[in-house]
Design a binder for this molecule. Structure first.
Ligand code: F6R
Length: 602
């Protein structure tokens, strides 16, 4: 997700834009840009990479007379993260910034090219500015031209446009991506999230889908499909930290809720109608590869372990997964026909980075799944696929895990396509399931309050066993890790079929078993494992679409068409359970004791 900031007034504009973009940077950080119009002067700056590169580039620029300004921080969806693809996009005398996706941009681009328009970027956004200029030269009325432009756009957008033909005006439109207008006296602000303008504006109006209009010297005109619309502002709370948490108690909680949104970002441009695609990598990269080795730590390791089942099952390619700190010292046998994949939220984990360097020294091709562009692991890898989760602030990883898992699933299907191991119908079903994932990741009030209520029964005992089979075994590991790292209670993840080989000796009523019982995968097998535990008086919390008589507590999930949908739904439940137990225990779940967000030491 990208970030947008806009400002109309006489204050120094560069600082307002850069300050705002800094707050939004966690949403996208592959490039950024600003554009300012003051009277007849047009200025714009763009830079690839973190915002600090733009700050450096624009350091001698000042804009403190009356004018309009727009800024943007991007992560790439259409077109690579280059300066030309960074926003704002320039026409002949107008600039545009945009969040979202213009679904019919190719058709519009073709039309404009046939009329002689030259495109500089590979983005969908650039069509907006050219369409606007075309209509403005026909109509000679910028607002009518803007209106006509947005009428032509299909898809999701929040967009701001400024033009030399109306140097005191910002045109805006929102449909499917967030945008708000802030007010401070005659000064007008725009942003994709209110954190960008806190401390600057004191009143705010959150635009609704289908609204558009213009701001001009303190006057804001708002329209929707019915015509001009009046609107009422709300006071804007000045507390940045609580605004950043969007009303949630902890960042971890917010990040759990964000998962259904960020997973869409992970899929964007990758999950198409009838195939998956990865523009970051050439098909030829996979030539000569006959196996995969994945190295990672902690939660990232769990996403690797879960999806290793998919690589073997779908792409019919051998896939081994190793904990990076173990891999480093085992004197591993490495073969050049193995693709070496690392997974890291931070991109800075020392063990994973060292494992990657070892693999590279052995001549293996490397690919990383990472959330932070330009991180050490991204720089070191031949190919990087970014998870696009946005900055994760809670130390306990949630949305990073969800997006890693989704991206690995996409990669498994991509490799299956290349190897021809799945028929069209199966690929179609995988795509259908991927597209349904945001729905199962949504946290409902009903689910959250049920877990909150249940959590008070799980604050004691001598330990938790999370059990599952197949891809639900790594999910059990992850559920246990989440719980132990923020509650400080002892929790283990186990393959359900292994319990009787030792751990079942611990079973009694003070042993809490969290049983992951999906219906789409090995239901009868896990059911008998749970029955064995119940017979030894273990306390069972069953999570399943099927009611289970022997459960002491039961959380019912939806009947699903695909195991991964059950996986994601159960993942959210285990995350919320860990969160609620830990909050009841009075812990700071965002900063658990002894842990750090980025483990840059061995
Ligand atoms: C747990 C957690 C850690 C990390 C691990 C690897 O919630 O976040 O287990 O997954 O430290 O970190 P990255 O993914 O940054 O390499």
């Amino acid at each position: 997700m990208c970030g947008i900031v806009g400002y109309l007034g006489a204050k120094e504009k560069k600082e307002i834009l850069l300050d705002g973009l800094k707050e939004l940077e966690y949403r996208g950080y592959d490039s950024a840009g600003i554009a300012v119009i003051e009277g007849v002067n047009l200025n714009s700056f763009k830079a690839v990479g973190k915002l600090e590169n733009l700050v450096r580039k624009a350091k001698d620029f000042k804009a403190d007379s009356f004018g309009v300004a727009i800024g943007h921080t991007r992560w790439a969806t259409h077109g690579k993260p280059t300066e030309l693809n960074a926003h704002p996009h320039l026409g002949k005398k107008s600039y545009v910034v945009h969040n979202g996706i213009i679904e019919n941009y190719q058709e519009l681009k073709k039309e404009l090219i046939s009329e002689g328009v030259e495109f500089l970027s590979q983005t969908d956004t650039e069509v907006i500015v050219h369409l606007f200029e075309k209509y403005n030269s026909e109509l000679n009325e910028p607002f009518e031209a803007f209106k006509k432009t947005i009428e032509r756009l299909d898809g999701a957008y929040a967009t701001l446009l400024i033009t030399k033909d109306a140097p005191d005006t910002i045109f805006f439109a929102k449909h499917g991506s967030p945008m708000l207008i802030g007010f401070d006296g005659d000064d007008v602000y725009f942003a994709s999230s209110d954190t960008a303008i806190i401390g600057k504006a004191d009143k705010v109006y959150y635009l609704e889908d289908g609204e558009y209009g213009y701001a001009k010297s303190g006057e804001v005109k708002l329209f929707n499909s019915k015509g001009e619309k009046s609107f009422t502002t709300k006071p804007l709370d000045g507390d940045k930290l609580s605004a950043q948490k969007d009303g949630y108690r902890f960042f971890m909680e917010k990040e759990i809720y964000e998962q259904s949104r960020v997973i869409v970002d992970t899929m964007m441009g990758r999950v198409l109608d009838s195939e998956v695609t990865l523009e970051e990598v050439n098909e030829s990269f996979f030539e000569g590869i006959d196996s995969i080795k994945i190295c990672a730590c902690g939660t990232s390791y769990h996403s690797a372990l879960a999806t290793s089942y998919l690589f073997e099952r779908m792409a019919k390619i051998r896939c081994d997964v190793e904990i990076a700190s173990e891999f480093r010292y085992k004197e591993p046998l490495l073969d050049k026909s193995t693709l070496f994949i690392t997974i890291s939220q931070s991109g800075e984990t020392a063990d994973t980075l060292e494992a990657l360097k070892m693999a590279k020294r052995a001549g293996l091709k490397s690919l990383t799944i990472c959330n932070v562009d330009n991180s050490s692991i991204v720089r070191e890898s031949d190919v990087a696929l970014l998870t696009r989760a946005g900055i994760e602030k809670g130390v306990a990883s949630t949305k990073a895990f969800a997006t890693q898992t989704m991206l690995l699933w996409i990669l498994a299907i991509y490799i299956a396509q290349l190897r021809g191991t799945l028929d069209r119908e199966t690929i179609q079903k995988e795509i259908e399931a991927m597209r349904h994932s945001p729905t199962v990741l949504k946290v409902t009030d009903e689910l959250h309050s049920k877990i909150h209520r249940l959590s008070k029964r799980y604050l004691h005992g001598h330990g938790f066993f999370f059990i599952g089979r197949d891809i639900f075994y790594p999910l059990a590991l992850e559920g246990a890790l989440k719980l132990k790292e923020i509650s400080y209670l002892h929790a283990e993840g186990y393959p359900a079929g292994e319990m009787k080989h030792g751990p079942i000796a611990l079973a009694d009523s003070n042993l809490f078993t969290i049983a992951l019982m999906p219906k789409t995968l090995l239901y009868d097998k896990i059911k008998s494992n749970v029955e064995e535990l119940s017979a030894r008086d273990a306390t069972i919390l069953a999570i399943s679409p099927e009611p289970f008589d022997l459960a002491d507590d039961f959380i019912q999930t939806k009947q699903a068409i695909h195991p991964m949908l059950e996986f994601f739904e159960m993942m959210v439940i285990t995350q919320l359970l860990a969160l609620e137990i830990s909050i009841r225990l009075g812990n700071d779940v965002d900063m658990p004791r002894n842990l750090a967000k980025s483990v840059t030491v061995e």
